[in-house]
Design a protein around this ligand. Structure first.
Ligand code: IMP
Length: 193
């Protein structure tokens, strides 16, 4: 297996993804292994477009086959937003708790609790040749933020058929069901076959 680069500066994602790759005995490089700190502007309108922007950028910069993910949460009571703007939406509040309170208020007001996380992974193998793998996890917004694991919106997302939020699950438990692991497992199957 040749080298493959994961284009992300998000340490939480790098840990999650390295663990998934380890299970298959595959090694990946992350941006911090190569001391690359610049990132392209995520100007796409979809998760797929943004993932491609990042994997193309990583490939063009290093010449190493490169994959990137773009992900976010879509919340019914917010008209299925923030979607691709999930990171910016969270950063607009003074802290995560304030953002969670805003979302919880909206689910109570609209009486709609449904939500899902989506990840698109793009793998760029050659100049302008990329493949997309998608993963999605359905669930609902918790009426209370709970848990200390994970990152981002994990404390307010309860996966379908669960009672715990993603932040109450260990990384291993989250990786068994998450949007990111679904998309990355499809990528791994592509790589090993
Ligand atoms: P990006 O994929 O790096 O653009 O990040 C999108 C944003 O969506 C992250 O900064 C998180 O706030 C949120 N997000 C993406 N995946 C997850 C997840 O697995 N759990 C919680 N929040 C997530």
């Amino acid at each position: 297996m040749k080298k493959i680069l994961f284009f992300s500066n998000n340490n939480n994602k790098i840990i999650e993804i390295k663990k998934i790759f380890n299970k298959f005995n595959l090694k990946i490089l992350a941006l911090n292994d190569l001391s690359i700190t610049d990132e392209p502007k995520e100007s796409g309108r979809t998760f797929e477009e943004n993932a491609k922007i990042k994997s193309d950028f990583g490939f063009n910069k290093t010449g190493i086959p490169c994959f990137a993910d773009d992900s976010g949460i879509c919340i019914e009571s917010l008209n299925w937003k923030p979607g691709v703007l999930s990171k910016r939406f969270l950063n607009n509040f003074k802290n995560n708790q304030a953002c969670f309170e805003n979302i919880i208020k909206s689910i109570k007001k609209n009486n709609k609790q449904n939500a899902y996380f989506k990840t698109s992974v793009s793998l760029t193998i050659k100049n302008n040749q990329n493949v997309i793998f998608n993963g999605k996890i359905d669930g609902r917004i918790s009426k209370q933020a709970r848990g200390r694991f994970g990152f981002g919106y994990d404390p307010i997302f309860i996966p379908k058929n669960y009672n715990k939020t993603l932040a109450e699950l260990s990384t291993k438990e989250k990786n068994e069901i998450s949007h990111r692991s679904i998309a990355v497992t499809k990528l791994i199957n592509f790589l090993i076959n």
